[in-house]
Design a protein around this ligand. Structure first.
Ligand code: TEU
Length: 583
């Protein structure tokens, strides 16, 4: 086994957090309204112990890098005890850390170190389903039909003479049926249980008081340990329609009501809002009020329905997947921005923006394909048409700079600041995502966006782990994109993000509102922002021809390739975003 170089320049940057948690009392509450929140996917961020899977000590060691990058908070995908049937989104114990990732003491150390650096910590909460290894589900299997133990989940008798047909026609989001039949104590086929996701992720019955009480207690457990908020997994799924009626439509995410106005019986039911009202009361009971937040992961369409999750007494934020799924065209993006901002304004909530996460093809890859919206959730594999990597990165930089200029809160996914693409040629035999297995290999699934981060170009596993092990292989392209290759290199994607985040903070771009400027032509999205330093013009050019900036503006940032692109910002090349101060 080879060893890492003695000095890893990305490990210990000289950190000077601009807005420390303690340094500005005004930021103690409502910090989330304009926050930039960085998603860490623990198994792929940094491996401290060398087993090839990232862990909490690995993350803690890299927190200075994140403070230096200029984000306000980190959101950690699940690190709880889990058999890892869905990479930890199948939780067996909500109050403990899986040994793969470390211990509770490691979680406490991570939170403490983050707070020292002025970073907030948001943890993932998975309330729709547990793991099949959760003590409740094991008890439900053992106890048999009609028992109080089964009542915490959605067990039903099957249809047909011998109950051999599932109780309804719902399909799993990951492919295949949404029901699995169990064997009863006598060994005979028995009841079925519902799982909107994998067989190993049984859905809880949220009409059950014990289920509701349990999650209030889990919230308090992590709040008492000092976390600043929760990202709530499939927040729109907890409550199902009475009687679990058939739904012959596809179980599509982002599925709103049908043309007849009928809501899918598994998504976005009215009673789910009661759950978040009780959660909000718990969060607000922690001092100072307004310091703890929740963000809904809810694939709900249209934006007006999504906004109902962020009413004043419910969640603080919801991910804006309409923006993420929009095509690379000015009209589509403008409509997504306008509609989201307007829908949120009605309920007084800030809008969020996100371009990548652990479920979707990274935007540096997606934007190098013909239809970026088509790849949400399904991945790209070696037998699919391959993306144009150069075009994808070029557009991704422009898209990120556009996103970071918008008012509200922005979510970044680990590695996007390096311009990382998906691994689109992962071999079949390393894949782990249940989406791949449940589609019997007909769709690639989400492993391609979950590949471990390259920190050091010349180290084994690009510095991800001290032993060179890596739970998924990294593509060769990750070498040149390693953090150490980009640090201090003007024009690199990493330095572009650092510059954008610093400017965003100085100019307070997360606050206030925007106006569109229609004078630069139909191929351009141009918006104006009022800032403490004056008016800022943001221009993204989607056309083939370069576009001149108006006279008398002072450039601040450009996503064009090469060093110091902001020194010659006009004309704005194709697929480039420029920020400029209007003097
Ligand atoms: O995802 C919810 C979800 O339905 C989608 O993101 C979906 O996984 C994807 O588009 C594939 O079709 C959340 C988590 O983010 C995801 O990682 C989990 O697998 C899922 O819930 C189940 O917990």
């Amino acid at each position: 086994m080879s060893s890492t170089p003695a000095v890893d320049p990305t490990l210990d940057p000289a950190v000077d957090p601009v807005v420390g948690l303690g340094s500005d009392p005004a930021r103690a509450t409502d910090w989330w309204r304009d926050a930039v929140i960085y998603q860490v996917y623990p198994r792929s961020f940094a491996d401290g112990d060398g087993d090839g899977i990232g862990d909490l000590p690995g993350i803690t060691a890299r927190l200075p890098y994140l403070a230096d990058l200029g984000v306000d908070a980190v959101w950690l995908s699940p690190f709880y005890t889990s058999p890892m049937a869905d990479a930890g989104y199948d939780v067996a114990d909500y109050r403990d850390v899986d040994p793969l990732f470390g211990t509770l003491a490691d979680a406490d150390a991570l939170v403490a170190r983050a707070h020292d650096l002025g970073l907030r910590v948001v943890v993932d909460l998975v309330p729709n389903h547990t793991s099949d290894e959760h003590v409740w589900f094991r008890a439900a299997l053992a106890a048999g039909p009609g028992s109080p133990e089964r009542a915490r989940y959605l067990f039903r008798d099957g249809r047909g003479a011998d109950g051999e047909e599932p109780p309804n026609d719902w399909r799993s989001v990951f492919g295949g049926p949404a029901w699995t039949r169990v064997s009863e104590a006598d060994g005979r086929p028995g009841q079925w249980y519902l799982h909107l996701f994998d067989t190993r992720q049984p859905d809880l019955d949220w009409s059950h008081d014990e289920v509701r009480e349990e999650f209030l207690s889990v919230l308090r457990f992590w709040l008492d340990r000092g976390v600043d908020g929760f990202r709530v997994d499939v927040a729109n799924a907890l409550v199902k329609a009475e009687g679990l009626p058939d739904w012959d439509e596809k179980l599509a995410l982002l599925s709103g009501a049908t043309e007849e106005g009928e809501l899918p019986p598994m998504w976005d039911q009215e009673e789910v809002h009661d759950v978040y009202r009780t959660w909000r009361a718990v969060l607000d009971s922690y001092e100072p009020a307004g310091s703890r937040m929740m963000v809904a992961e809810a694939w709900v369409d249209p934006p007006e329905r999504l906004a109902r999750y962020v009413r004043a007494d419910e969640m603080h934020q919801a991910f804006n997947f309409t923006f993420l799924g929009a095509r690379w065209e000015p009209a589509a993006l403008r409509a997504a921005v306008d509609r989201s901002v307007a829908a949120n304004a009605v309920v007084g909530a800030p809008t969020t923006w996100v371009l990548s996460n652990h479920d979707v093809v990274r935007h540096a890859t997606r934007l190098g394909t013909d239809d970026p919206g088509a790849h949400v959730g399904l991945g790209i594999g070696p037998r699919d048409p391959q993306p144009d990597a150069e075009l994808g990165l070029h557009r991704a930089r422009a898209a990120s700079a556009l996103m970071l200029a918008l008012p509200g809160s922005a979510y970044l996914y680990q590695g996007e600041e390096l311009g990382l693409p998906d691994h689109t040629t992962l071999p079949d035999d390393v894949r782990q995502d249940p989406t791949w297995f449940r589609h019997e290999g007909t769709v690639a699934g989400r492993d391609g966006c979950r590949v471990p981060i390259p920190w050091v170009a010349d180290a084994p596993a690009y510095g991800f782990s001290p032993t060179g092990r890596s739970w998924l292989p990294q593509p060769p392209a990750y070498g040149d994109l390693a953090a150490d290759r980009q640090t201090g290199v003007d024009g690199s994607t990493l330095e572009l993000y650092r510059r954008a985040l610093r400017l965003r903070r100085e100019l307070r771009l997360g606050e206030g509102d925007h106006t569109w400027d229609d004078t630069l032509g139909a191929d351009v999205l141009a918006l104006r922002r009022r800032t403490p330093l004056g008016e800022v013009l943001v221009v993204t050019n989607f056309g083939d021809a370069p576009v001149d900036l108006p006279a008398g503006v002072r450039p601040l940032l450009s996503t064009a390739p090469g060093p110091h692109p902001e020194r010659s910002p006009s004309p704005v090349p194709s697929d480039v975003t420029v920020w400029a101060l209007v003097e």
